[in-house]
Design a protein around this ligand. Structure first.
Ligand SMILES: C[S@@+](CC[C@H](N)C(=O)[O-])C[C@H]1O[C@@H](n2cnc3c(N)ncnc32)[C@H](O)[C@@H]1O
Length: 276
């Protein structure tokens, strides 16, 4: 199995859109007036969810009239939020077909089709022209990307000179040897974590500069602990990212926290720009 097949197999899910609608209906959310914020507990599929997207957005030099690219956009929560917040256009690309289909249907539900479009594709081979986008970002995707150099080179190629690139990921910590299952891999297959220094070096080698890296482990750890505590107390809201994570969701979150605590992983948020 190729790394691409193992990745789409890991994330893919049948009937996802119907499942989301059924959860929304259980919450008595009328679909005709659904907002980006109503979907936010479920569609920001990364550590700490929506608050982490808002914190990243606070730091982006994004503005209206821009065209942004969300690489590995999942079901599109961050793309819809940024499009609405900055009144810009966002193209999302994701390798998992069920996420692309669900993402476009959710975008239509909240009436953002003219600003957000989600397409099927691989971040290691982007189907876009050189110098096309004003900015790009990729949240919690690269843990599954085997050819990190190709992924960064492609992100750089499609950006205009000076365009920004933001990345969040779980890097490999000094202890190494992460415990599985985690949200991006049930048993270690398809998981390609690298240390922060290697990420920085690969970005520099592939055309980026002004790389600012922030370690986000402490914030993620408290987020995972809070989610696990709620799950154990039976108070985890039914509408949440665990809808996208399968049966071992709680164990995945517990391990994600443990990995950070024991220095097996080292999560980061990074912002840089394409060299002019
Ligand atoms: C944890 S989810 C994050 C989704 C989204 N970025 C978010 O924060 O809501 C990881 C996503 O990366 C996608 N992905 C993994 N490898 C990819 C690749 N090579 N190209 C495009 N998407 C990829 C998966 O299909 C999945 O949707």
């Amino acid at each position: 199995m190729s790394s691409t097949e193992s990745c789409t197999g890991h994330w893919g899910q049948a009937d996802l859109y119907e499942q989301i609608l059924s959860e929304l209906s259980a919450l008595s959310k009328p679909l005709h007036s659904l907002t980006v914020e109503d979907l936010a507990p479920m569609d920001h599929f990364h550590a700490r969810g929506f608050p982490a997207t808002v914190e990243l957005a606070d730091k982006l030099p994004a503005s209206s009239e821009q065209c942004l690219l969300d690489i590995g956009c999942g079901v599109g929560g961050p793309a819809r939020y940024l499009a609405q917040r900055f009144a810009c256009r966002v193209t999302g690309i994701d390798i998992t077909e069920s996420f692309v289909e669900t993402g476009n249907r959710l975008t239509a539900l909240v009436g953002l089709e003219t600003q957000v479009q989600i397409e099927l594709g691989d971040g290691q081979r982007l189907p876009y022209a050189d110098d096309q986008f004003d900015g790009a970002y990729s949240q919690h995707v690269t843990m599954n990307v085997a050819d990190r150099a190709a992924f960064f080179a492609e992100a750089c190629r499609v950006l205009k000179p000076g365009g920004f690139f933001a990345l969040t990921e779980h890097g490999l910590g000094d202890t190494g040897n992460p415990c599985y299952p985690v949200p991006w891999s049930l048993d270690g297959s398809g998981s390609y974590l690298i240390p922060i220094d290697e990420t920085r070096a690969l970005l520099e080698e592939n055309g980026f500069e002004a790389i600012q890296i922030e370690q986000t482990g402490a914030r993620y750890l408290s987020g995972y602990r809070a989610a696990v505590a709620k799950a154990e107390a039976g108070t985890l809201p039914s509408f949440g990212v665990h809808l996208l994570m399968g049966e071992s969701a709680v164990e995945q979150m517990r391990n994600a926290g443990r990995n950070i605590e024991e220095g097996r992983t080292c999560p980061i948020q990074l912002i840089c720009r394409k060299r002019r």
